[in-house]
Design a protein around this ligand. Structure first.
Ligand SMILES: Cc1cc2nc3c(=O)[nH]c(=O)nc-3n(C[C@H](O)[C@H](O)[C@H](O)COP(=O)(O)OP(=O)(O)OC[C@H]3O[C@@H](n4cnc5c(N)ncnc54)[C@H](O)[C@@H]3O)c2cc1C
Length: 424
C-alpha cells in the first residue's frame, strides 16, 4: 500500500507560494521522519528556483518565530551545505570523496528487479513505484532505497544516484549525489543501514518482516562491509513496473509555442542573427533551469528574457519527461526566447563569445554549480548574479555538516540577520 504525495507539482511560482503558506514548522519538527509526516514537499520548486530557502525562511518568519535551532532551518541548511561542498569539490562530488567501506568492485549496472521495483522488500518496491509515478520521494524513502541498493545489493552508489536523479523532479547533483555518498559511507564515517523495525516505525503500511533487512544493525553493518549481493527476496513478484524514459534535451520536447521562440545557437548562422537583433535591448537576462523565479517577475520592455538550455549538461544528466515539462512550461510562461547551446564545443563557443562581445550586449545570469551552466562565461560575456542563499559561506571548506553549520551560523549572528544581511 502506497503513501501518496498529496502535492500537484504545477510549474508556477504561485503554486509554490501556496504550498509554502501551509507549512507549519512546529509540526514539521515533530513529524518529518514519518512517511505521513508534515514535510513541506517544496523541493521541486526550490531546486528549480521557483522559490529558494532564503525566501521561504523570510516568508515563514512573518508568521512564526524561528531560529537556527528549528528543525526546518537546519534541513534548509543541509541543502546549502551540499552546495558548499559542491562549490569546493566541483565535479569531484561525482566520484568517491572518501574510500569505500570495502575494497571490492560494486555492481556497475542496475539489477532488473530494482529497475522494475520487484525486489520483494515492500519499502523499496513501493518507493520505486512512487518515484516513477510522481517524481518525488520522502527523505526516508530516498535513504532506504540508497542503503538497500548500495549495501544489500552492492550496486555502486553512482549508478543509483544517476538513476534516482533522472527520475526526481528535484534532482540536484549536490544534494542527491552527496546524499548517496553519505549513505554509502564515502562521504561519512560509516555506512547508513536500516532495518524492518525502522520501516515499521516510520512507514507501518510497508511491512518488511521476514526479508533480508529484518535483522539487527550489527548484522547489517557486517553485510554492508562484505562483498556479497544478498539478491532479491525469494517470494518477490516476477512482474514489475516499466522504468519511464528519461533523456537529454531534444528539440521534440518543445511544443509549437516554444518552437516558435527557440533559437539554436549551435548553428553558426543563428549566432550572427541573434547578435544583430539584441541591440535594441538594454539587458539580456539569461534564465537557467534552476532560476525559474525570474520567469515570473514583472516584465520590463528594455529587457530580453531568454530561457537557456545547455545540451551537454542534459546529455550527461538526463531528466524525465515530467521534469522537462516542469522547467519548459515556466520558460514558456516568462521568456521571450529559448536559446539552445552546447557547452562541450569550445571552438564554436569561443567564436560565439567573441560575436556577443562585439554586439556589446549587457548580459546577466544567476550563478549555477551545474557543469556547463557553471562555465557559461565561455559562451557569453555575462555578468553572474550571486545565488540567493540563507547562510553565509564559511571561509574555510567544511566537510562535516556540524562544523559547517556552526561556522555559518556564527558568521550570520542570528536568523533575522541572516535573511537581511544577504539581501541582493
Ligand atoms: C539518497 C538521497 C537523495 C537525495 N536527493 C535529493 C535531490 O536530488 N534533491 C534535493 O533537493 N534533495 C535531495 N535529498 C534530500 C532530501 O531527501 C530532500 O530534499 C527532501 O526529501 C525533499 O522533500 P521536501 O521538500 O518535502 O523536504 P522537507 O523535509 O520538507 O525539507 C524542506 C527543504 O529543505 C531541504 N532539505 C530537507 N532535507 C534535506 C536534506 N537531507 N538534504 C538537503 N536538503 C534538504 C530541501 O530543500 C527541502 O525542500 C536526497 C536525500 C537522500 C537521502
Amino acid at each position: 500500500m502506497q503513501y501518496q504525495t498529496k502535492i500537484n507539482y504545477e510549474p508556477s511560482r504561485q503554486a509554490a507560494l501556496n504550498v509554502l503558506a501551509k507549512v507549519d514548522p512546529a509540526q514539521y519538527s515533530r513529524s518529518r521522519n514519518f512517511l505521513d509526516g508534515a514535510v513541506t514537499g517544496l523541493s521541486p520548486w526550490i531546486t528549480h528556483g521557483y522559490t529558494n530557502v532564503r525566501e521561504a525562511t523570510q516568508i515563514l518568519m512573518k508568521k512564526y518565530r524561528l531560529s537556527f535551532e528549528d528543525k526546518l532551518i537546519f534541513e534548509f541548511a543541509w541543502r546549502e551545505f551540499f552546495k558548499h561542498v559542491h562549490g569546493e569539490l566541483g565535479n569531484g562530488i561525482l566520484s568517491d570523496v572518501r574510500r569505500p567501506v570495502w575494497a571490492g568492485r560494486y555492481n556497475q549496472q542496475l539489477p532488473d528487479d530494482i529497475e522494475e521495483g520487484r525486489t520483494g522488500v515492500a519499502a523499496i518496491d513501493a518507493g520505486i513505484a512512487l518515484l516513477y509515478e510522481t517524481g518525488y520521494l520522502h527523505n526516508h524513502v530516498r535513504m532506504w532505497i540508497a542503503s538497500y541498493m548500495v549495501h544489500i545489493r552492492k550496486v555502486h552508489w553512482k549508478v543509483g544516484a544517476d538513476w534516482m536523479y533522472a527520475h526526481l523532479l528535484d534532482g540536484d547533483l549536490a544534494s542527491n549525489h552527496l546524499s548517496w555518498q553519505w549513505v554509502a559511507g564515502t562521504f561519512s564515517h560509516k555506512p547508513y543501514v536500516f532495518n524492518a523495525d525502522n520501516v515499521h516505525k516510520y512507514a507501518p503500511r510497508w511491512d518488511c518482516t521476514g526479508t533480508s533487512i529484518d535483522t539487527d544493525y550489527e548484522n547489517l553493518d557486517v553485510i554492508a562491509r562484505s562483498k556479497r549481493d544478498i539478491g532479491r527476496e525469494r517470494n518477490a513478484r516476477s512482474v514489475g513496473i516499466a522504468q519511464p524514459t528519461c533523456g537529454g534535451f531534444d528539440l521534440d520536447l518543445l511544443d509549437e509555442t516554444l518552437k516558435g521562440i527557440h533559437v539554436d545557437l549551435r548553428q553558426p548562422g543563428e549566432v550572427e542573427n541573434v547578435c544583430a537583433a539584441i541591440g535594441q535591448f538594454e539587458t539580456v537576462k539569461l534564465i537557467q533551469p534552476w532560476d525559474l523565479k525570474a520567469c515570473f517577475s514583472e516584465k520590463v520592455a528594455s529587457e530580453l528574457r531568454v530561457g537557456l538550455i545547455d545540451c551537454a549538461f542534459h546529455e550527461a544528466h538526463p531528466w524525465s519527461g515530467r521534469r522537462w515539462a516542469f522547467v519548459l512550461d515556466a520558460m514558456k510562461a516568462g521568456c521571450d526566447q529559448i536559446w539552445i547551446v552546447d557547452s562541450s564545443k569550445p571552438g564554436h563557443n569561443a567564436a560565439m563569445l567573441a560575436s556577443f562581445a562585439k554586439a556589446k550586449a549587457r548580459m546577466q545570469m544567476r550563478d549555477s554549480l551545474n557543469p556547463g551552466y557553471a562555465n557559461i562565461e565561455k559562451c557569453f560575456p555575462v555578468k553572474l548574479l550571486r545565488d540567493e542563499k540563507l547562510l553565509p559561506n564559511p571561509v574555510r571548506f567544511q566537510q562535516s555538516f556540524s562544523r559547517y553549520y556552526k561556522e555559518a551560523t556564527v558568521m550570520a549572528g542570528s536568523l533575522e540577520e541572516a535573511i537581511h544581511e544577504l539581501a541582493d
